[in-house]
Write a protein that binds this ligand. Structure first.
Ligand code: 3HC
Length: 311
């Protein structure tokens, strides 16, 4: 009976167990997972653009090889997450269509420009660092396929974060011009990295339900604070300053107090008028159109295979 289904679902969540694709689940649970996993996947795919612009201009073969590996990883994360979303009854073609038509979101962070090669290091250190803070708890998300995808993705993210930090360490030991490039990149990426965690808890319409369903394990503000606590000592070691005059260690709590991100900026960027939104969507759309012949050929080939198998 239906009420039994809801009871079993609630008991599974209450006991910190996993909901699997064939289990009954409330429509709202399915819907918010499709929303979040699709956006997560879109973010990985769009995220290839800002760094991808530097593959052809990397300063050495070693840096080029590392960056190539990282961007390829992001593509893999995207495809992995589309597969997790497809276990909920959607299809990556439909999700891509929604992204291209602006009916689904991707992370605001990828709408900022990568002006120098120091941006590649700062993205690895701050953006992938923020991603790790957000994705480690998602390994304990109540939906099985999503949590398992996160375990593999988190392993690769730590390589992304390390290579970024090592790149910056190298530049900080270089010339004054290189040190200035690193500080300039930190000044441009610090606040947008804090905004990656989402709006403040009192302005986060999805959080209450996502936390009740144990999809989201910690609030936006809690994860943002964890990221700041983790990153400030790394900035000190690197020898850069963070562009927040209110940032200071709170002796009582042992954590860092910090200023308030510009929430109007986050809203604007999410709505589509960040520095690079139009360019990111234009390139995603043309990549999709240019790739149509591959999808058609693969579909035709699969149909021939199936016809041959039936003979
Ligand atoms: N960029 C774009 N949209 C954002 C956003 C951001 N930084 N922060 C919040 N939003 C959107 C939400 O999607 C929601 O809109 P929707 O209802 O239409 O989807 C709205 O703003 C309100 O935010 P909520 O806090 O209510 O939404 P959530 O509960 O979904 O929390 C989130 C937002 C914390 C980003 C959550 O969705 C999440 O944890 N997502 C999975 C992780 C993820 O997507 N990370 C993005 C970075 S990609 C990445 O890490 C790749 C790495 O390789 C760099």
């Amino acid at each position: 009976p239906p009420e039994r289904l809801q009871e079993d679902f609630d008991a599974t969540i209450a006991h910190d167990q996993r909901i699997e694709p064939r289990d009954w689940m409330p429509d709202g649970y399915r819907g918010t997972l499709v929303r979040q996993i699709a956006q997560h996947a879109h973010s990985e795919i769009i995220g290839m653009q800002p760094e991808g612009e530097w593959i052809g201009r990397a300063p050495s073969l070693r840096r080029k090889a590392i960056l190539l590996a990282k961007v390829q990883d992001e593509a893999g994360h995207g495809l992995y997450l589309y597969s997790a979303a497809e276990t909920l009854g959607t299809d990556r073609a439909e999700l891509t269509q929604r992204l291209i038509e602006g009916r689904q979101k991707y992370s605001s962070i990828f709408n900022y420009p990568t002006l120098t090669f120091a941006d590649v290091g700062v993205i690895g250190w701050l953006v992938d660092g923020a991603a790790i803070c957000n994705q480690v708890p998602l390994c304990r998300s109540s939906y099985g396929p999503y949590a398992r995808a996160m375990v593999r993705i988190c392993k690769e993210e730590s390589f992304h974060q390390r290579q970024g930090y090592e790149l910056l360490m190298t530049m900080m030991r270089g010339t004054d011009a290189q040190r200035e490039m690193v500080q300039d990149a930190v000044d441009r990426w610090w606040w947008p990295s804090l905004m990656m965690f989402g709006p403040p808890d009192d302005a986060s319409p999805n959080s209450a339900r996502s936390m009740a369903w144990k999809i989201k394990r910690h609030s936006n503000d809690e994860l943002r604070r964890r990221f700041v606590d983790m990153t400030v000592p790394q900035a000190e070691k690197l020898g850069v300053t963070l562009p927040d005059p209110e940032l200071r260690r709170n002796e009582q709590s042992g954590r860092y107090d910090f200023g308030t991100p510009d929430w109007d900026e986050l809203t604007r960027v999410i709505k589509g008028d960040g520095p690079c939104n139009a360019e990111r969507m234009r390139r995603r759309r043309s990549a999709h159109e240019d790739g149509a012949w591959v999808r058609e050929a693969a579909t035709a080939h699969a149909a021939k295979q199936a016809a041959r198998a039936r003979k």
